[in-house]
Design a protein around this ligand. Structure first.
Ligand code: 9YT
Length: 131
């Protein structure tokens, strides 16, 4: 069994940040679960375009308000506590945080923790994370 405390991990190298978001990786690839599990906070006023071409991702809103736009269809959905979205088509999307958005995210395949967003909004495939 694995038991971890967000409040301890947030001050370790399992917390990855850029200027507009921070993500605490509760589970990573080397935990052997087949998915990774992150608590990601997107800061109020920020907007993010991501395109996880090599991963499936589901995201559950714990707190905050914002919106997600599916860039293929142009549809926009409100994000608020209780709402989940799943990028089952590797959907390219824009997330807008009107307030700090705290999201619980699962990635399949799991991220290793070393990925950085590439120009196209993706993370590299699992077996080439360092590329
Ligand atoms: C909510 C969201 O887009 N999560 C993406 C994952 C986050 N950038 C991370 O943990 O790497």
């Amino acid at each position: 069994m694995i038991v971890r405390d967000f409040n301890k991990l947030k001050d370790t190298n399992r917390a990855v940040s850029d200027a507009q978001w921070t993500s605490v990786r509760m589970l990573l690839a080397d935990d052997g679960m087949g998915f990774s599990f992150h608590i990601t906070t997107l800061y109020a006023g920020s907007e993010h375009t991501f395109h996880y071409k090599h991963h499936f991702e589901s995201v559950y809103c714990i707190s905050g308000r914002g919106a997600i736009t599916d860039l293929a269809s142009g549809e926009t959905f409100e994000i608020k506590p209780g709402v989940m979205y799943a990028l089952d088509q590797h959907d390219k999307h824009t997330l807008r945080a009107d307030e700090d958005l705290v999201m619980a995210c699962c990635f399949n395949p799991p991220v290793t923790g070393t990925e950085v967003h590439r120009e196209d909004g993706s993370y590299a495939p699992a077996d080439t994370a360092a590329e």
